[in-house]
Ligand binder design. Structure first.
Ligand SMILES: NC(=O)c1ccc[n+]([C@@H]2O[C@H](COP(=O)([O-])OP(=O)(O)OC[C@H]3O[C@@H](n4cnc5c(N)ncnc54)[C@H](O)[C@@H]3O)[C@@H](O)[C@H]2O)c1
Length: 345
């Protein structure tokens, strides 16, 4: 099997690349190593992952940009069997600062990948890393209760795929990801391309270089272990269902191997893997013996107080369930950050 992973130096992309390399596939990774720049940071981040992947002889690494069709076609070569499109501008606040860059990378970049696939290898399977932000401001209309350390949904088990998409209130990031999501669906419908769309929330794991604006789970861990200050926007009771990156890759693989032609899935840790920011900090302290310094700022525009995924569709259609629980996930990222602490000092 030949597989192209765009954004292959990132969190999700590097785990996909490694997973298929271990299965003896021929893996091509396309990445512009632009992650730090998107967050206006001088720190080297995904360059580590780029070097990490060098150990696999069956991974070819190509520096290139999804904004360029030429770069994508070069990476596709004579054609591939699967494209995992994980390249992206993944931050919500960065999308508000730089909406043009966000649009070019997420919306146009996805279109370029789809169009190149249609021309070069229309039999290939396309996997799109979508976001639960496509549901926009409607998510904040779900009634909530406020408990001591978290908000909870009053009478909702989780957000399913038929949740109303609404007209706006997605922030530029949710909008550009939604454009990609819609185009991926359209290419399945109009051109018969086998397409799996995964609407994700908080994915975390080893090789995630977290910043305040994105990847908060590892950012909190880095801050705890290096004595840096964490800013909590809001009251810290906001709840997420955490999803470990290796579970994401398994879900993609199940779709790739299935006979489904097109699937749109909400994917997250589900109700069993929910945690509030305050609870996460407590677990982190229990794990490391250290707590980051904290300051509070007002809620950010577009922040959801609670997001929990309804997993029933993906469980039924792909026979998939998350395997890595929150406490085990925290243990793994604490270990990874500790082993690579020089990056973060
Ligand atoms: N991590 C999450 O919680 C999460 C949740 C929902 C959706 N997503 C989506 O999943 C995808 C992957 O997320 P991630 O967490 O691995 O992010 P990441 O930032 O770790 O990885 C993205 C990679 O894309 C690369 N990249 C950025 N712009 C590029 C361009 N123009 N051309 C080529 N490469 C480029 C970056 O250098 C980086 O290596 C993104 O599209 C993101 O929007 C992620």
């Amino acid at each position: 099997m030949r597989i192209l992973v765009t954004g292959g130096a990132g969190l999700i992309g590097s785990h996909c690349a490694e997973y298929y390399a271990r299965k003896n596939a021929q893996v091509i990774v396309l990445d512009n190593l632009g992650r730090s720049g998107l967050f206006s940071s001088q720190e080297k981040s995904v360059e580590h992952n780029w070097r990490y992947l060098k150990r696999y002889k069956n991974i070819e690494r190509i520096k290139g940009d999804v904004r360029s069709k030429k770069d994508i076609l070069r990476a596709m070569g004579k054609g591939v069997d699967v494209v995992v499109h994980a390249a992206g501008q993944p931050g919500v606040s960065s999308s508000k600062c730089c909406p043009a860059e966000d649009f070019d990378i997420n919306a146009l970049g996805t279109f370029n990948v789809l169009e190149s696939l249609r021309k070069r290898c229309p039999q290939a399977t396309f996997i799109y890393c979508s976001s639960n932000k496509v549901y926009g401001a409607n998510l904040n209309k779900i009634p909530l209760c406020k408990l001591k350390t978290r908000y909870v949904y009053k009478n909702c088990q989780g957000v399913s795929e038929d949740f109303p998409l609404g007209l706006s209130g997605r922030m530029p990031y949710g909008t550009s990801k939604f454009v990609g999501d819609l185009y991926a669906q359209e290419y399945a419908y109009s051109y018969g391309i086998k397409t799996g769309i995964f609407r994700m929330g908080c994915v975390y794991g080893e090789r995630q270089f977290g910043f305040e604006q994105q990847g908060w789970e590892t950012w909190f861990t880095i801050a705890a272990l290096t004595g840096k200050m964490v800013t909590i926007f809001g009251d810290g009771r906001q709840v997420r269902d955490l999803l470990y990156v290796t579970d994401v890759v398994e879900a993609y693989d199940k779709f790739i191997r299935s006979d489904k032609k097109c699937g749109v899935y909400n994917i997250g840790g589900g109700i069993k893997n929910t945690v509030s920011l305050l609870e996460f900090l407590k677990y982190l302290e229990e794990e490391t013996g250290k707590a980051p310094k904290i300051r509070y700022k007002k809620w950010r525009q577009g922040d959801q107080k609670v997001y929990i995924t309804d997993l029933r569709k993906i469980e039924k259609e792909l026979k998939w369930q998350p395997k890595v629980g929150v406490r085990a996930g925290i243990k793994r990222i604490v270990k990874w950050v500790s082993e690579n602490i020089n990056y973060f000092k």
